[in-house]
Design a protein around this ligand. Sequence first.
Ligand SMILES: NC(=O)c1ccc[n+]([C@@H]2O[C@H](COP(=O)([O-])OP(=O)(O)OC[C@H]3O[C@@H](n4cnc5c(N)ncnc54)[C@H](OP(=O)(O)O)[C@@H]3O)[C@@H](O)[C@H]2O)c1
Length: 230
Amino acid sequence: MGPLEQEQQVTDTVGILGGTGGLGKGLAARWVRAGTPVILGSRSPERAANAAQEVAGWLEGEDHAELRGEGNAGAAAADLVVASVPFDGLAEGLEPLTAALAGKIVVSVVNPLGFDQRGAHPLPVAEGSAAEAVEALLPGARVTAAFHSVSSVALRQLGQPMDDDVPVVGDDEEAVARTVALADRIDGVRAFPAGPLRLAAPLEALTPVLITINQRHRCHVGVRFSRLEC
Ligand SMILES: NC(=O)c1ccc[n+]([C@@H]2O[C@H](COP(=O)([O-])OP(=O)(O)OC[C@H]3O[C@@H](n4cnc5c(N)ncnc54)[C@H](OP(=O)(O)O)[C@@H]3O)[C@@H](O)[C@H]2O)c1
């Protein structure tokens, strides 16, 4: 990535669909304090405005980039868009935005999860993964997938840097590079390209294991890959 693209990356606005949830608010807090403007999206502009106010409250006294809340269509107008709705809300959340998101980089963070008496488990997805379901719902969008293992609770603990690797998958090299650069803006995150979008399924399926570890050990684990710098 050249200096111009790096500069563009710094000022790219990020829109978060479903940004009123724990993950969206946590990512927003980390990005705006790193100087990246964020639009939190919601089905309800009022909920989005409240969420933006809440996150701004977490950052009171700190310098931060612009943060606002809007309807999901407003968030979809951003330079980069994060799809942060639950798996069972994908169609409802994305179908109204098909035209707006054509040609855009859309980062799926979605984990297809179920819970039963034995705990959390991955759900089968007809398209192969939630990320590929996002791609099927959004013709022309440049879909990447990332952040599956990043804890919203850890993101919210703003006094501590994150301690997470973020593998990024996708079939569009530039979209993957822009997603990696965006993830790297979070203090304590190391992001890297990890292959094509069809590898999203195992990344998504790791999350129920992390949830189970968290329940057993009362923690909020993340993931690190060893010996990457070889
Ligand atoms: N929580 C984590 O630690 C974590 C970590 C990694 C990945 N993820 C993934 O990130 C995504 C968001 O996680 P979250 O915990 O923030 O989720 P969440 O709170 O359950 O949902 C996020 C937002 O999605 C919107 N939404 C809910 N149902 C919807 C529907 N049927 N249609 C359209 N929008 C709907 C809601 O916003 P409005 O009602 O305001 O529209 C909600 O605030 C999920 O796919 C999850 O698997 C979560």
